[in-house]
Write a protein that binds this ligand. Sequence first.
Ligand SMILES: Cc1ncc(COP(=O)(O)O)c(C=O)c1O
Length: 408
Amino acid sequence: MQQMRKISSINDLAIMGHPPLFAEPLHVGRPNVGNRERLMQRINDMLDRRWFSNNGPFVQEFERKVEVLLGVKHCIAMCNGTVALEIAIRALDLKGEVIVPSFTFIATAHALQWQEITPVFADIDPVTHNLDPASVEKMITPRTTGIIGVHLWGRHCDTAGLQTIADEHGLKLMYDSSHAFACSHNGQLIGNFGECEVFSFHATKFFNTFEGGAVVTNNDALADKIRLMKNFGFAGLDNVIYIGTNGKMTEVCAAMGLTGLESLDDFVQTNRRNYLEYRKVLADIPGLKLIDYNDLERCNYQYIIVEVDEKVFGLPRDKLVRILHAENILTRRYFFPGCHKMQPYKGLFPHAGMLLPQTEGLNQRVMALPTGTAVTQEMIAQIGEILRLVHDGARDGKLSMDISRMCL
Ligand SMILES: Cc1ncc(COP(=O)(O)O)c(C=O)c1O
C-alpha cells in the first residue's frame, strides 16, 4: 500500500526540503498484470511441454485470439515492436525515403534508418498530435516510397487523408500502432488500416507480453512474407527460401499475452476511471490541458497527456516536471526532444526543425502523468492538489524564486 504525506501549502512541497508525497516512485507505464494463477498455470504447462519457442501452441493461440479481437485476417506475433516494424518495412519493400512523424518514440525512425532508409520527418496536427497530411504531402520527393503514421496515445491518425495521399503518389502506407491496441476508429479496430499495422506489447504498454509485438494485416501475401521473414526465411525443415531474421515471440511471452487478454476490459476500466478522475481534478487548473479521448470509440486510455501552457500556468513544463519528480511522481516528457533532435537525425538534418513548428511547440508543452492499475483515485486527487498549489504559487509569485534556486 502506497504511503502518502499530506500537502496543503507550497511550503509542504518536497522542493522545500520535505520528503516526497509518495514514499514509492509512481511510474508512467507501470506494467499491468492479469491473473497470476492463470499465468503460472500456463508457464507450468509450457515447462511440462518443453516447447519454449518456434511457433509454439501459446503463440498460435495468441495470434488467433488477437485476430478475432481486432477483426483482422492475420496476426504475426514477434519478439518486440521494433523488430516487427523493421520486418514490416522490409516486407513492404520500402526504400529511399519514408515519411514519419518526429513526434514519436525513436524506434519508428530507427526501424527505417537501421535498414538505410531515410526517415523524413513531417509535422503534426497540434490537436490530434498525429501526422498532418498537408505536411506529409510537402515532404514527398522522387525518392519517397512510403508513409508510416503513428496513432499516438492510441488516438487514430487521419487515415483517410493519409490513404488519399498514398494512393495519389503511389506510396505504401503502414502504421506504427504501438499505442493503439484495442482502440477503434469509426468503429473499426486499429489494425485494419493501411497495408499493415504494428503493435508493441512492451511492458510499459497498456497490454504487455513482457516484451513483444506483432504485425497485423488483411493482405494474405504480405502475411506469408512476414511469417517467413520473422523465422530466418524457413519454409519448413532445412528449407530456407528467403532472407529472414529472428523475430519470433517466445512461449512465455505468449502465455503473458493470453493471460493479459483475459483482463483487457479490467485494464481499460481502470485506465478510464483514472482518466475521468484526472479530467475532474485538472478541469479548473489554468494552463493545463488534458488531451481528449473519444468515448464513442474504443480507447485504452493508457496515456494521461497534459499540455502545459507556460504563460497561463505560470511555470514552464520542465520546472513543473522537476517539482513532480521531487514528489516521486515520475512524470515523463514524451516524446522529448523529438526524433529530429536525436542522433543520427540531428546530425543528418540539422535544420529539420524549421519545417516542424507544431512538433517543436508540443515538445516543449507535453507531459505524461502516471496511470494504470497501480494508481488510485486518491493518488490522483493528491496529484491534482499539488498541481493546483504549484499553479497558485506561481501565479502569486511565491514559487518562482524558490523554483529557480532549488530546481535548476
Ligand atoms: C510509438 C512506438 N513505436 C515503437 C515502439 C517500440 O516498441 P518495442 O519497445 O516493443 O520495441 C514503441 C515503444 O516502445 C513506441 O511507443
